[in-house]
Design a protein around this ligand. Structure first.
Ligand SMILES: *Cc1c(COP(=O)(O)O)cnc(C)c1O
Length: 390
């Protein structure tokens, strides 16, 4: 088979530190490289292929829609877009959805809704969005500004003004920021993903909710990575017992096709009106048809299997040789290894298992429907590599 690695290196912008691995096809949690070597996928294309590769139900819905009507623009109505919005609202209690094409765009929309709500209610000077240090909200200039990690900011200044960052779980700092600033929103990931797979403490999340309620500040939950069953509930905020005003999501929602969604609560549902926001591709019928097959399968019994697999992984890895600690929720897992995480991931590839990193951790985001026998095999490999490279 022809290799396109050199061509890629020559012509594709060098923004990614890719592994020297060329993937050609997959089925379920198994993916093959150009030499026919098989890997168990513990990364899902960064939490995207929620039901694995070439999932039958998803592929059938997507191909049927592609053969029927692949795009209309938002000047017209289509069935998949309306059905997906209905499913999301019915399953979350949110009232309206705006569709886009990525996590960053879902967050851009969330920020616009929060700012417009606050500007209308309280005045133009209420524009600051409070987010967390070590957060990740995307790569567009505004979501980069929301992202509380200086490493991503360098040389891209000036960023969008109106963002302030506080330490995760530092309740006093959050209270002070709300007092000192004129906030238009508080934006949180329930589990900081790119930041190292670190769940927020309940106490801190409750404080954010209380401040949001008391001062009428929109509470935005970024569920781009944590959403759509990843943490063992439909959305991670549901396990914290809060009721956000705005929820953004993407990654796993599309099952492999680009889609972002920004969900708005009763209070926020009419903030955006005609021409306030838009997206040519947003709500694309092929992407929505695929996403519907993902959302419709995330019922209680499926989610309890996600939790069982999670418990299995924690049980196997906690206290194992070469592993300092394990963090995360559901099938979103960070492993603090004593050895170098990048070296461990490289050796796992050699041994036929694809993993991710997050900061200095090994990160796992396997397909939600990974069969137990494949999961066991992958965890055995990860455990033995962590031990070998400790
Ligand atoms: C991946 C991610 C984003 C950005 O999503 P893109 O689809 O890459 O734009 C935003 N927020 C969180 C929490 C993410 O994990």
């Amino acid at each position: 088979m022809n290799s396109f690695l050199l061509k890629d290196k020559e012509y594709v912008a060098g923004t990614y530190g890719r592994f020297p691995l060329e993937l050609t096809e997959g089925k379920g949690c198994i993916v093959k490289d150009i030499n026919g070597k098989e890997y168990i996928d513990m990364g899902s294309g960064i939490g995207v292929t929620a039901f694995g590769y070439a999932d039958e139900e998803w592929a059938k819905a997507v191909t049927a829609q592609a053969c029927k009507l692949q795009h209309t623009s938002n000047l017209y109505y289509t069935e998949p877009c309306a059905l997906l919005a209905e499913a999301l609202c019915q399953k979350t209690g949110m009232k309206k959805v705006f569709f886009s094409n990525s996590g960053a765009e879902a967050n851009e929309c969330a920020i616009k809704v929060a700012r417009k709500y606050s500007a209308e209610k309280k005045g133009d000077e209420f524009y600051t969005i409070i987010t967390l240090r070590n957060s990740f909200h995307g790569r567009t200039l505004t979501t980069l500004s929301a992202t509380g990690q200086d490493v991503f900011h360098k040389l891209f200044n000036p960023l969008t003004p109106g963002f302030a960052h506080v330490m995760a779980n530092d309740t006093a700092e959050l209270i002070n920021a709300v007092e000192a600033l004129k906030p238009a929103g508080i934006m949180l990931e329930m589990v900081q993903g790119e930041g190292g797979v670190i769940p927020l403490e309940k106490e801190f999340v409750f404080t954010a909710q209380r401040l949001a309620n008391e001062k009428d500040i929109p509470l935005i939950i970024d569920e781009v990575q944590t959403g759509n069953g990843r943490t063992g509930s439909l959305y991670a905020y549901m396990q914290f017992g809060i009721t956000p005003d705005i929820v953004s999501t993407a990654k796993g929602l599309g099952g492999g096709l680009p889609i972002g969604a920004t969900m708005m609560s009763e209070k926020m549902q009419n903030v955006l009106g005609p021409s306030d926001h838009g997206s040519t591709y947003g709500g694309n019928p092929v992407c929505c048809a695929g996403a519907l097959t993902v959302i419709n399968r995330l019922d209680e019994s499926f989610l309890s299997e996600v939790k069982e697999k999670s418990a299995y992984i924690f049980g196997e890895l906690c206290g194992a040789e070469g592993i300092e600690s394990v963090s995360g929720m559901g099938l979103m897992i960070g492993i603090k290894t004593t050895g170098n995480a990048k070296e461990i991931v490289n050796e796992c590839i050699n041994q036929g298992v694809l993993c991710l990193t997050a900061k200095d951790k090994v990160r796992l985001l396997p397909p939600l429907n990974i069969p137990m026998d494949s999961l066991k095999k992958a965890i055995e490999v990860i455990k033995s590599v962590c031990k070998e490279k400790k």
